[in-house]
Design a protein around this ligand. Structure first.
Ligand code: SF4
Ligand code: SF4
Length: 328
């Protein structure tokens, strides 16, 4: 059973103590540590103060950390390396304020998985250790956006992000009864129902939410978004099979949508706290479980009609960890 550390009060010094205690035997002196986080489209991002506190621990251990993220496929504050660099500065992610170099990575190395030809950040793959800092919140394409998504989407090129959002674009079969459910649950307005459901491939993000919700099983996809995203995370993490990896989930400011939106929307659950583990599946499961327990309902499923546990189960299937955990 994996240990997941839980801190209700994120500001507590215990954060530094737990992190130091957990990292000191694996994140050794002189190691180049790639610290992945989202530096924000506009309002939502990984908390810069928590990032700074994390880097302080790594510096104390004698590691050589760097913060990094990658540009995205669409116009906005992260549309290119140059634009994202300015955004990072605007949001307080600078070497001076955080305590380590900040890199917007746009140099990639090919990594092949079953359905994807990934282009993975060269800086990440050149590191000796990997620390994944995730702002845990809702997501329209996967119900919940946690560490799995942070790795799968956040560590790859714009093309590889796009591939994860297109390979699984579904098709509608003749079994369609025109009930309209898919149109109701599609958050991208990509499916319209008249005599039959019709998907507009240009606006479809291949989230496969319509597939899960069709009562007639009339929509099929080559691979679900949960499966593709987890496959990408697995392909990347395989490169760290013999290197240390650690996960920190910040489960506060739980917005409806992810930090990729300029406005991530309303808060859908009260703050829960910080979760830390070296087991990806366990940290995601514990974070999701405690949000559900605290709210008394599955807010991610309710908000996005997409089961947040699907990606966690998929990750376990791919050997990225075990769901069993012990909260400490
Ligand atoms: S939910 Fe299924 S049956 Fe209903 S309109 Fe959509 S595709 Fe057709
Ligand atoms: S997969 Fe279905 S629900 Fe998702 S964006 Fe495409 S049409 Fe909409």
């Amino acid at each position: 059973m994996s240990k997941v550390y839980y801190l209700k009060v994120a500001e507590s010094d215990k954060y530094e103590q737990i992190l130091e205690q957990e990292l000191k035997n694996k994140f050794k002196k002189g190691m180049k540590v790639a610290v992945k986080l989202h530096m924000g489209e506009d309002k939502g991002m990984f908390n810069p103060t928590l990032a700074k506190r994390t880097i302080k621990v790594l510096n104390k251990l004698g590691c050589e950390p760097f913060l990094f993220d990658t540009p995205v496929t669409y116009p906005g504050a992260r549309e290119s390396k140059q634009v994202y660099e300015k955004t990072a500065v605007k949001h307080g992610f600078t070497k001076e304020s955080i305590g380590c170099p900040v890199i917007i990575s746009d140099d990639y190395v090919g990594v092949k998985t079953k359905n994807l030809d990934l282009e993975v950040s060269k800086e990440l793959l050149g590191a000796d250790a990997f620390l994944v800092l995730t702002h845990f919140k809702g997501h329209p394409a996967s119900g919940m956006g946690g560490a799995i998504k942070n790795i799968a989407m956040g560590c790859v090129s714009p093309k590889s992000k796009k591939d994860q959002h297109t390979v699984g674009i579904p098709v509608v079969s003749d079994e369609c009864t025109a009930c309209g459910t898919c149109e109701e649950v599609c958050e991208y307005s990509a499916i319209k129902v008249k005599d039959k459901a019709v998907i507009n491939k240009n606006s479809c993000w291949a989230c496969t939410t319509c597939v899960y919700n069709c009562p007639s099983n009339a929509i099929k996809s080559k691979a679900s978004f949960d499966a593709l995203m987890t496959e990408a995370a697995s392909g990347i993490l395989k490169k760290f099979d013999d290197k240390p990896v650690f996960y920190v989930n910040d489960v506060r400011s739980i917005t409806k949508n992810c930090d990729c939106f300029s406005n991530p929307g309303k808060i859908i659950a009260k703050d829960v706290g910080i979760f830390m583990s070296d087991n990806l599946v366990a940290v995601e499961k514990a974070s999701t479980d405690l949000v559900k327990k605290q709210e008394g309902r599955d807010v991610f499923l309710e908000t996005h009609h997409h089961d947040p546990y699907l990606q966690i189960k998929q990750a376990e299937k791919l050997g990225l960890g075990k769901e069993d955990y012990e909260l400490t």
